[in-house]
Design a protein around this ligand. Sequence first.
Ligand SMILES: [Zn+2]
Length: 349
Amino acid sequence: MAWIDTDALKRDHPVEEVVERYGIELRDSGCALIGRCPFHEDGGRPNLYVYPITRSWYCYRCGIGGDVISLVERIEGVGFREAVTRLTGDARELPGASQCRKRRIKRPPGRQTPWEPEERECLSAAAELYHNRLLTDEAALAYLAGRGLGRDIMERCCLGYSSGDELVNYLCRRRLPIQAARRVGLLRAGGCERFTGRVVVPEIRSGQPIWLIGRTIDETLGHPKYLGLPGSKPLLGWETAKESAGVFLVEGVFDWLTLLNWGYPALALVGTHARPEVFSKLTRFEHVYLLLDSDEPGRCAAENIARRLGPRAETVRLPGAKDVAELATHVDGHAVLAHAIQSGRNLAA
Ligand SMILES: [Zn+2]
């Protein structure tokens, strides 16, 4: 790697997209997008500001900022050249890959990745390993039970858990290439697992996981709370929901799991941002029930989506809960939700 055109790099890899790939949710606020800073415990009002116009970011708490390259440097703990390599997805520069037979894999940003066969196999192997681990890990099981989720939904959605020290051995045993697991983002350069200490939720299409997102089970250890694989976020639950006449649209992974657990057809945006391709997908349903968070950003997003979808959209208001996942832990949560949905229908009628 010789001369690097950093301007082209910044243009081709919009900082806001890269921030979101690290699982940081961004919300519109004037000329900036705001999210939780990955470099400090950003619990209250989010401090990370991303400015698409100047292709820059700044945390008003840490007092640090920069461009997309410095962001990758800091998050991954690597130098400039390695950050560039990771940003472009060029695997040639990864450790141990110098004499490698690998082709250079370029993926257009923002498009769901058409993984190579061995990369797909690594994703499947990881999902399988994590699923089996979850079923025997008491802390992870207790975490899910605390969120109202039992064995049935774990198996139906192939939920998993990464203990952080098994994937490399498992891939070796299955004779799968470690480099492929690195390329999809399951492993970091040092061999650490991306999802260590996290409950892992796969998005499955045609029986194969195409993307994973992990939720830390111990917020004092895992930061940020949610971390996805690199690449654009798919609409979670597409394959099972797409045949329904009506669908419930939610923000979060646990809102989605809760609805599935209670038997509702559901899709999760994984955030509040609906990409253009999401709208084209939603137009196939007769009814889209918007069940976004009952905070200001959730309401704004629901209004936006409702406007774009027209009469097929119907907003459901949750009484006394921030989101569906919160209802999962209420004694009569399911009844509250059913009532909210029914009241919405009555209003619409
Ligand atoms: Zn910060």
